[in-house]
Write a protein that binds this ligand. Structure first.
Ligand code: BGC
Length: 510
């Protein structure tokens, strides 16, 4: 009877009913949040003693890559506008804010011999402002912006980068571990390494695919594990925080059911999911056997004496195994994978994987070339992770959609609702997803795409000196979902006014 009443109440209020007629809701302890990263929002690129990062250098040197010419020098000027940022989080009524710390803002030369007090002060003020309103800080230690001084020494291709990262993390933990419940060591090793060291269009733009990217992957993964162990040894007992890593986990299905395409999709997932998941979450640790064997065999055939993928030794495997309290899932889209016999002139990761990616024509396009709407992907990803990695504890640390500059962002609303519907099914089928973090709280500098692709729940007027922020329809819809804990397919806000809901976000203040 009680169930029926609840069902009726929910139905009346317009909750989305699935084909089985049932309604799914988020539990009361499910965390909702929003995310940004330092380079993308802070600005103040050389203020108050901050050092140069690889993204500062890269976009200063390659302005022509940026379609609208806007780099991160000023961005949303969150360095000065952080109180407004927290106000927006209060308007949304979120539980947590995921932001990153800029390594060169804290250690301008990369090492801990010189600590920039002003940099620490900025993050201290931001954290206190969040805590004042009962919003939990979720800090990413590294979101793509390496100090340029360390890049000059080889960056993530240098095995010493593991030690450099640990040194930096210790400075941050010493300052903030007592105030911060959630830590993410590294955001997306795949982007850092495959795009930055393999490719040329993202910092540092090394262009060493099939070699530099693999060297980077090994070091970034070890750097993560070292910092996880550092927290575990020195801070965990006292402060009880959780430490995870955020991986780019898009879904991939075979283009057709042909054996070649099914195998191509399996291999593609081993390269894009397994390479990063296996060392931490699989029973035997290490990189996937398929990937190791394939690269070794090809390397030998190409005349190399060793595999282009560096080996993890037994101590490194032990260090990595189990080195996460949660898996941060950054999920945006789904690809269809086709086998291909395209021949590449030189060894490269694309050549190693040997597939072609495509989409279903009916998947709606966003403002970003790579991003199409296929929300069922999160459901399949959940099932895959449960099966292969034995039900890992997860937090969605990024999910979002890009548009042009516009306030009525119906395509983002649709993508978000459909994603939540699929996610709720994944949770019902056993996925241990503890929270969701929208990318992004506001429009920001989308790396080399500048501000031509807008991911914000809030629109930012980059022309204005104040970098004025205004809520989009999606901000109001997200707020409503957080309040109701279920998805309503037809709900529309009366206006674009958004107000702080006192009872929740302000609970400590009252
Ligand atoms: C990155 C963000 C980026 C977003 C949209 C994620 O992979 O972590 O920094 O803005 O994708 O492209």
């Amino acid at each position: 009877m009680e169930v029926l009443v609840i069902c009726l109440l929910l139905c009346v209020s317009g909750a989305y009913a699935y084909t089985d007629g049932r309604i799914r809701v988020f539990s009361d302890d499910f965390l909702f949040g929003a995310a940004t990263s330092a380079y993308q929002v802070e600005g103040a690129w050389d203020s108050d003693g901050k050092g140069e990062s690889i993204w500062d250098r890269f976009l200063h040197e390659h302005p022509k890559l940026i379609p609208d010419g806007r780099n991160g020098d000023v961005a949303c000027d969150s360095y000065h506008n952080y109180e407004r940022d927290v106000e927006m989080l209060r308007e949304l009524g979120v539980d947590h804010y995921r932001f990153s710390i800029s390594w060169p803002r804290i250690l301008p030369g990369g090492f801990s011999n010189k600590i920039n007090k002003k940099g620490l002060e900025y993050y201290d003020k931001l954290i206190d402002e969040l805590l004042k309103y009962n919003i939990k800080p979720m800090i990413t230690l590294y979101h793509f912006d390496l100090p340029q001084t360390l890049q000059d020494l080889g960056g993530w291709a240098n095995p010493l980068s593991v030690q450099w990262f640990e040194e930096y993390a210790k400075v941050v933990f010493e300052q903030f571990a007592h105030k911060v419940p959630y830590w993410i060591t590294i955001n997306q090793p795949s982007f850092i390494c495959v795009e930055g060291y393999g490719g040329k269009e993202n910092a540092p733009g090394i262009g060493s695919s099939g070699i530099g990217d693999y060297m980077c992957i090994k070091n970034v993964m070890l750097a993560h594990a070292k910092v996880y162990r550092l927290y575990e040894m020195e801070y965990k007992e006292k402060f009880k925080g959780s430490v995870g890593i955020s991986l780019s986990l898009n879904w991939a299905d075979p283009f057709t059911n042909s054996t070649e395409n099914v195998q191509a999709a399996d291999l593609y997932r081993d390269f894009t999911i397994g390479l990063y998941m296996n060392p931490i979450w699989s029973k035997d640790g290490d990189f996937p056997r398929t990937v190791k064997d394939l690269i070794l065999e090809r390397s030998k055939a190409q005349g190399y004496r060793h595999s282009r993928l560096p080996v993890l030794n037994p101590d490194e495997i032990t260090l990595l195994k189990g080195s996460a309290d949660f898996l941060g899932v950054n999920h945006y889209t789904t690809f269809l994978v086709k086998a291909t016999d395209q021949v590449y002139p030189n060894p490269s990761m694309d050549d190693d994987i040997g597939v072609e990616l495509t989409y279903r024509p009916e998947w709606k396009t966003s403002q970003s070339k790579w991003l199409r709407s296929a929300p069922y992907g999160i459901y399949k990803l959940c099932l895959h992770l449960n099966k292969v990695y034995d039900y890992p504890t997860m937090i969605i640390t990024e999910h979002g959609w890009s548009t042009k500059k516009l306030l009525k962002d119906n395509s983002r609303v649709k993508n978000m609702r459909e994603f939540f519907k699929a996610l709720l099914l994944g949770i019902e089928d056993g996925a241990r997803v503890k929270g969701y973090t929208a990318w992004s709280l506001m429009d920001n500098v989308e790396w080399a795409a500048g501000t031509s692709e807008r991911f914000g729940l809030y629109e930012v007027d980059f022309e204005s000196t104040e970098k004025t922020r205004a809520p989009r329809v999606s901000a109001l819809v997200y707020k409503r979902i957080i309040e109701k804990r279920f998805v309503e397919p037809d709900w529309k806000p009366d206006s674009l006014n958004i107000a702080i809901t006192k009872s929740k976000a302000n609970s400590k203040e009252l």
